[in-house]
Structure formats: structure tokens, C-alpha cells
Design a protein around this ligand. Structure first.
Ligand SMILES: NC(=O)C1=CN([C@@H]2O[C@H](COP(=O)(O)OP(=O)(O)OC[C@H]3O[C@@H](n4cnc5c(N)ncnc54)[C@H](OP(=O)(O)O)[C@@H]3O)[C@@H](O)[C@H]2O)C=CC1
Ligand SMILES: CC(C)(CO)C(=O)C(=O)O
Length: 296
């Protein structure tokens, strides 16, 4: 049985580790330097039903990279490259699966690890950190995996154990489509909620109707430029659905900005700006600058 090594023991990484362990999978964490020499408690996973489950996993540090069989990366987009730079001893046969929001990182990872199977993961599970090694699974979602290079094509079988643990996981040759669809949602919800300091559901208040309409159209047009075929109506329906489903949540960008952390702005709105071509994207540009101005 393959051991899953989780790089990024944050909210989503810990929930995924917990779900895998609950199905009897072997799981280890690749920890950052700040954990070195520290005793840490067992991971406490609060399930969707509110039960506390203690999860045992094996801690590892970068000098053990040679032993990693399959690497699941759950750091923020802006942390991925630095975190992976410490793992140069990773065997070239080890698949690397990237789960961050936003786009533009995989190309850099491909340069760092040109021979490793590189896989993109898109997941709509929800996770929240409630304390040190205490995480809550806040929403069950779908998970899609797909190849980012030729070597990854032999690894489609990974979705079987993932599906058993997560409730759903499917392999898609055209993973870009899922990445673009997730990015389009994030590029509307995240910067608007972060800049206006509101919960996702508040985007449906009449005062945000115009800006929501304009930003959705900008993002939709960039997706068209990128070759996506989803209709305007289908995109609007999907957006409305996610806003309603996550109405009481603060988006990840809102939370990052509110806590003075870096945000994934460069990989979400920045990606929209970088792929707008000649199409004007005034709302995205303004939100991008505003988030930068506030330190995100
Ligand atoms: N939370 C959610 O519900 C969802 C999140 N996502 C996406 O998943 C990604 C992760 O999100 P989330 O879990 O919320 O983020 P967190 O900030 O909670 O987790 C990221 C973790 O990465 C760790 N990390 C950073 N640098 C390194 C390093 N060099 N070596 C080892 N570990 C490192 C951090 O550990 P340390 O504290 O030790 O620095 C941190 O715990 C993001 O891209 C997010 O947008 C996608 C869907 C849902
Ligand atoms: C879908 C959404 C916007 C839910 O909040 C999200 O993925 C995020 O906050 O990053």
C-alpha cells in the first residue's frame, strides 16, 4: 500500500490526512522547519458530524524526502515552490500532486522536478483550522485529479483509494477545465469579499449587484479567451450556487487579508490579469491593486 505524504499540514492537508487514515491508508506529514524538535499532539479531526477523531500519522522532515512514495501538496500557492525546493532528494518516480487554489505554480514545479509525474488536484472539500493540530471538516466536496505531464499518465489509479477515503475522486485527462472553473469562482468571490470585508453570501445584497455583474463578465470573458466552453448562464448559475452554499463563510482570501497573511491574489486575480490579453478587466485590476495595497 502506497504511503501518502502530506506537505502542508494546514486546514485542508490535515482534513485529507484524517480522511485517508480513517480508511486505513498509510499517511505521513512532511513538516516545515518550525516543527523540528517540537513534540506535537495527535491530530484532532472534527468530522462533518461533529465527532472528534484522533489521527495518528508519521512526521517527516525534508532530509527524509528520499522515502516519499507519493506527495500531496496542500500549502498555499505562494508556498509551494519554496516548500518543494527543500525536497530535491525526492525520487524521480514519486508523483507530486498539487492541490492549491489558483494557477501558475505547476509550470515552476515542472522546472524543479522535470522527471517526476506531476498531477493537478482540484477539490471542493472545506476545511478550517480551529487550533494547533485541531481541524474541522466543514464541507464534503468533489475531487478531480489529472495529468500535468506525460509521466503522470501512469498514475490514474491513485483516484481509487482517494475516492474511497474522500467520498469522490475522479481522474480527468482535461484537468485544466476543472482548474479554470474553480479559478473563475475564486476570481469573483475571493477578491470582492476580501476587499469589502464581507461573508460570501453578502455578495447577493443589492448593493453589490453591479460590481458582481461586471466582475463576473470580466472573468467569464477571460475564460472564453482561454478556450473554455461553459456558457455564460451556466457560469452564472454555478457562481450563484457556490455563493449560496458558502453564504456564511468568509472566503480564504478574506481570512488571509483579515489575519495579515499573504493571499493567493497573484495566482487568482493575477492569473486573470495575465490572461486578459486585449480585453479590459478594470474591476479585476482595481481589486488586485487594492489587495496588494493592503499587504495581501
Ligand atoms: N481550506 C479549505 O477549505 C480549502 C483550501 N484550498 C486550497 O488549499 C491550499 C491550502 O489551504 P489551507 O489548508 O486552508 O491553508 P493553510 O494555510 O491552513 O495550510 C497551509 C500549510 O502549509 C504549510 N507549509 C507552508 N510552507 C511549508 C513548508 N515549506 N514545508 C511544509 N509545510 C509548509 C503551513 O505549515 P506551517 O504552519 O508549519 O508553516 C500550513 O500549515 C490553498 O491553496 C487553498 O486555497 C482549496 C479548497 C478548500
Ligand atoms: C469557493 C470559495 C470562494 C469558498 O469560500 C473558496 O474556494 C475560497 O474561499 O477560497
Amino acid at each position: 500500500m502506497t504511503e501518502w505524504t502530506i506537505l502542508g499540514a494546514g486546514a485542508l492537508g490535515c482534513v485529507m490526512a484524517g480522511l485517508l487514515r480513517q480508511r486505513g491508508e498509510r499517511v505521513g506529514f512532511m513538516l516545515s522547519a518550525r516543527h523540528r524538535g517540537h513534540f506535537h499532539p495527535s491530530l484532532d479531526l472534527i468530522t462533518l458530524g461533529g465527532r472528534h477523531e484522533l489521527i495518528q500519522s508519521r512526521p517527516r522532515f525534508p532530509e527524509q524526502a528520499r522515502q516519499v512514495e507519493c506527495l500531496l501538496v496542500f500549502t498555499k500557492a505562494y508556498q509551494v515552490v519554496d516548500a518543494l525546493k527543500g525536497l530535491q532528494e525526492l525520487p524521480t518516480s514519486t508523483p507530486i500532486i498539487l492541490f492549491h487554489n489558483g494557477l501558475g505554480v505547476a509550470e515552476q514545479v515542472q522546472e524543479l522536478f522535470p522527471h517526476n509525474p506531476l498531477i493537478a488536484g482540484v477539490s471542493s472539500h472545506g476545511a478550517m483550522k480551529e487550533g494547533d493540530w485541531l481541524v474541522r471538516h466543514t464541507g464534503k466536496g468533489d475531487t478531480w485529479l489529472g495529468p500535468m505531464n506525460q509521466a503522470a499518465n501512469d498514475w490514474a489509479h491513485l483516484v481509487k483509494p482517494l475516492a474511497a477515503a474522500l467520498g469522490h475522486a475522479e481522474w480527468r485527462e482535461n484537468i485544466k477545465l476543472h482548474q479554470h472553473r474553480k479559478l473563475a469562482l475564486n476570481a469573483v468571490i475571493n477578491p470582492l469579499t476580501a476587499c469589502h470585508n464581507i461573508r460570501n453570501g453578502q455578495l447577493l445584497e443589492p448593493r453589490f449587484a453591479d460590481v458582481l455583474e461586471q466582475l463576473s463578465e470580466e472573468v467569464f470573458q477571460v475564460m472564453v479567451n482561454l478556450g473554455e466552453t461553459e456558457s455564460r448562464d451556466a457560469f452564472r448559475r454555478r457562481l450563484q450556487q457556490v455563493i449560496e452554499l458558502t453564504a456564511v463563510n468568509y472566503s480564504s482570501m478574506h481570512q488571509d487579508l483579515a489575519h495579515g497573511r499573504s493571499t493567493e491574489n497573484d495566482y487568482i486575480t493575477g492569473y486573470i490579469l495575465a490572461h486578459a490579453g486585449a480585453q479590459p478587466v478594470p474591476v479585476s485590476s482595481q481589486l488586485y491593486r487594492e489587495i496588494k495595497r493592503r499587504g495581501g
